[in-house]
Design a protein around this ligand. Structure first.
Ligand code: 8IG
Length: 276
């Protein structure tokens, strides 16, 4: 199977037009004219969708214009429209394109641009990541307070000078801390991946001010801000970053940590989203 094949030949000649088409498709298929909050559920966070409220509609993610077929066969992402208690509508994006997939920054940013075009004013970005603080064991959720983008890329093109002061909204972080006052905050550093860091790179990130290392989120957060959304970022530490612990990283360890922490962090996220 061609892993990068699209469901449709719509490409990103005009990324905002493609996002508008995607939003119209979502409105039509869900019957929901306007969504309020968009969520991307990263490693470990998937269980939250079931706890947010009443699922109004489900769409195979790759059927939405501009989103690609899943890279792993049999692993179909589902984009869901959920009515939250209180009447707000959440859009859970069922596919995240990582920069390391090589489809370019327009594909990475498409989810956020689509979310904004559906009306969403808040983007909740979650991920699984490596932790630099040895006190944060696997399973620790951390609020993202700021980021360091080491991808050498931007989702923005042209003279688009977007202010990123308070990119990760203080207001939204405070809402989260009201739900769980023990939630720590940290600076998230995005590497290009898909390899994990060397121990020397982890030390470099630490010197630069990072607390968390991962392969997603920063480009999406920038795209979300450009599109006018307020951003809440939450990481799940699934492993200590390379060289921080004695043992080597394994994908199995990452999956297992996400699985073990899943129910707890999903409940936490659902509780936070209800208050946004
Ligand atoms: I899960 O240790 C997960 N994703 N870059 N480093 C990077 N990405 C990650 C890691 C990690 N763990």
């Amino acid at each position: 199977m061609n892993q990068t094949s699209h469901n449709n030949e719509l490409d990103f000649n005009d990324p905002f037009e493609t996002a508008k088409k995607a939003a119209e498709f979502i409105a039509e298929r869900t019957g929901v004219e306007k969504h309020d909050i968009a969520l991307v559920l990263g490693s470990g966070w998937g269980g939250a969708a079931d706890l947010l409220g009443k699922t109004v509609a489900e769409i195979p993610a790759h059927e939405v214009p501009g989103f690609s077929k899943p890279a792993v066969e049999g692993h179909v992402g589902i984009t869901r429209s959920i009515e939250i208690e209180g009447g707000k509508h959440a859009l859970v994006l069922g596919s995240r394109t990582h920069f390391y997939e090589g489809r370019g920054v327009r594909a990475v940013a498409h989810g956020m641009r689509t979310a904004a075009a559906t009306g969403a004013k808040i983007a909740v970005l979650t991920n699984g990541c490596g932790g630099l603080n040895p006190e944060w064991g696997p399973g620790q959720p951390v609020l993202i307070s700021d980021h360091i983008n080491l991808t050498a890329a931007s989702p923005l093109e042209g003279a688009t000078f977007v202010d990123l002061t308070d990119l990760y909204s203080k207001r939204l972080r405070d809402v989260a801390k009201n739900i769980d006052p023990t939630l720590p905050e940290g600076v998230y550093c995005q590497f290009r991946g898909p390899h994990y860091e060397t121990p020397a790179e982890v030390q470099m990130a630490k010197i630069l001010g990072a607390d968390l290392v991962g392969m997603s989120t920063t480009l999406e957060a920038i795209a979300a801000r450009e599109a006018g959304m307020e951003v809440l970022g939450i990481s799940l530490v699934t492993n200590l970053a390379a060289g921080i612990s004695e043992t080597a990283l394994s994908h199995e360890e990452v999956i297992e940590a996400g699985r073990a922490a899943g129910p707890r962090i999903s409940r936490l996220l659902a509780d936070i989203v209800r208050k946004l």
